[in-house]
Design a protein around this ligand. Structure first.
Ligand SMILES: Cc1cc2nc3c(=O)[nH]c(=O)nc-3n(C[C@H](O)[C@H](O)[C@H](O)COP(=O)(O)OP(=O)(O)OC[C@H]3O[C@@H](n4cnc5c(N)ncnc54)[C@H](O)[C@@H]3O)c2cc1C
Length: 451
């Protein structure tokens, strides 16, 4: 039976939900607070008529999961899938850039860890205790920090695992859930008592030619959004309501209305705090749990530098900065190394992240001050003066949901508290993964459940 479905939130999760529900024959109303759809997939249109825009949010997706590529293919972008030209990362420590030892998300395979210079001889000796230490993995969830510090020592945690994992969600890996936040590490700890042995086995079992780790769309991920928007526009059963901060009401007959439009079902894909506000009177306990999901903020600065300002191998895609280095910058992505089409004139285009859950110093500063901090930190990291030039700062306030220890129980509590609300589905980046593939999967799952 065709129904009317309201989808609230026009990010990738909501877009996928709207595409799926409308493909299933339902009438869809997509509500978006801003005047554009795409949510965090946004771009900076460069000044001076430069050919390409530069992403201010996500620039790629994990290729190991199929969902985003499947979406792109369904939207006619099969031949537009591209992978970065550079994929080798470095970690900054003590004035030098170090290659990463072979690892699974920072958990090193067995071998001489001190060889790359990133981990000291003492740190490497401490880590190797993991090979023979008795099984001390708890049955339930724990933080990545607790697990890695216990098995491999503080140094491996601070200089290898935390920069990699903390960088992904601007989080604090001492609070990040192994079970919900980094399920690959949960697999690792179940595979073998020794994390290093498990990492070695995992790497040995990996295909010899695994293909690209990341993919994107030629010209930027915003083209995926453009294609989705065009597809939604072609469908006569879809209405997009931009600049509409949705409000949710439930009638006495258990029917729903969103911003005055009657609807049979509602899919909320908004950030957890917004979702909490929308359902507060209907399910206060669920709203409390949603509100307890913490979000991190991050500042993303795009810098366009003259060619060869930084003397660095173009095969290097980025540099991670451990928090113990005391800098503001947490990660530097060489956008023009990854996507050379962005800079046909050879300029160096950097996307630089500042801030994490444990460091919000930048949020009190003006844009120009943050950009100056970025230039100072880059000068220190790369040992060269970073000149003034085009720069663009995006403040991603409360943008990255934190999957703390116990996240899975929290999601269960939210589901329990809202189960009585027939026809209501709660999803989004806070639920079962914040990467783009997980968001696409959540958008699909929402429609599978509801329609
Ligand atoms: C700086 C940054 C870089 C990232 N890089 C990557 C990356 O490279 N690869 C990757 O896989 N992931 C990356 N991510 C994560 C990924 O981009 C996000 O998790 C994902 O885009 C979230 O999609 P979403 O649809 O769930 O939420 P959002 O994109 O946040 O969309 C939610 C939408 O709801 C709207 N909304 C809010 N309130 C209301 C309301 N009351 N009524 C109507 N609409 C409302 C918002 O305006 C927004 O458009 C990055 C995130 C950030 C912040």
């Amino acid at each position: 039976m065709p129904k009317t479905v309201a989808v609230v939130g026009g990010g990738i999760t909501g877009i996928v939900a709207a595409l799926n529900a409308s493909a299933n024959g339902h009438t869809v109303h997509l509500f978006e607070r801003t005047d554009f759809i795409g949510g965090k997939i946004d771009e900076w249109i460069r000044p001076h008529g430069r050919a390409q825009s530069i992403p201010t949010g996500p620039d790629a997706f994990l290729a190991r999961r199929p969902e985003v590529a499947e979406l792109a293919i369904s939207l006619g972008l099969a031949n537009q899938l591209v992978s970065p030209a550079a994929g080798s990362a470095r970690i900054y420590r003590d004035g030098r850039l170090h290659p990463l030892p072979p690892s699974v998300l920072g958990v090193p395979a067995s071998g001489d860890l001190s060889q790359t210079g990133l981990i000291s001889a003492d740190g490497a000796a401490r880590a190797s205790l993991d090979l023979d230490a008795p099984d001390d993995h708890p049955n339930g969830d724990e933080s990545v920090g607790a697990m890695v510090r216990r098995r491999l020592g503080d140094e491996v945690h601070e200089y290898l695992v935390d920069p990699l994992l903390g960088g992904i969600n601007a989080g604090d890996s001492d609070r990040l859930s192994v079970v919900s936040g980094v399920p690959q590490l949960d697999v690792l700890r179940k595979k073998h008592t020794s994390l290093m042995t498990a990492a070695t086995q995992t790497l040995a079992a990996a295909p010899s030619n695994p293909g690209p780790v990341f993919q994107s769309i030629d010209g930027g991920l915003n083209r995926l959004i453009d294609a989705a928007e065009a597809e939604l526009g072609r469908r006569t059963n879809v209405s997009i309501h931009l600049s509409t901060s949705a409000e949710l009401t439930r009638g006495s007959d258990s029917a729903w209305a969103v911003s005055g439009i009657d609807t049979d079902e509602v899919i909320l894909t908004t950030p957890a705090g917004v979702t909490a506000d929308l359902i507060r009177t209907l399910a206060p306990a669920g709203a409390d749990e949603l509100e307890a999901i913490d979000y991190s903020s991050v500042a993303l600065t795009i810098l366009i530098l003259p060619p060869n300002t930084i003397d660095i191998d173009p095969a290097i895609s980025g540099v991670l900065v451990p928090r113990l280095c005391g800098l503001h910058v947490t990660a530097v992505s060489f956008a023009s190394h990854k996507w050379p089409d962005l800079a046909p004139d050879g300029s160096q285009i950097l996307r630089v992240s500042v801030g994490r859950r444990t460091d919000e110093r930048w949020s009190q500063l003006r844009d120009a001050e943050v950009i100056q901090l970025v230039r100072n930190d880059l000068s220190e990291i790369f040992g060269t003066i970073i000149p003034d030039g085009p720069a663009h700062l995006t403040r991603w306030m409360d943008s990255l949901p934190q999957y703390d220890v116990g996240h899975a129980e929290r999601i269960r509590a939210i589901d329990d508290a809202t189960r009585h609300l027939d026809g209501l589905v709660l999803t989004g980046a806070w639920r079962s993964g914040l990467g783009l593939p997980a968001c696409v999967a959540s958008g699909r799952a929402a429609t599978a459940k509801s329609t």
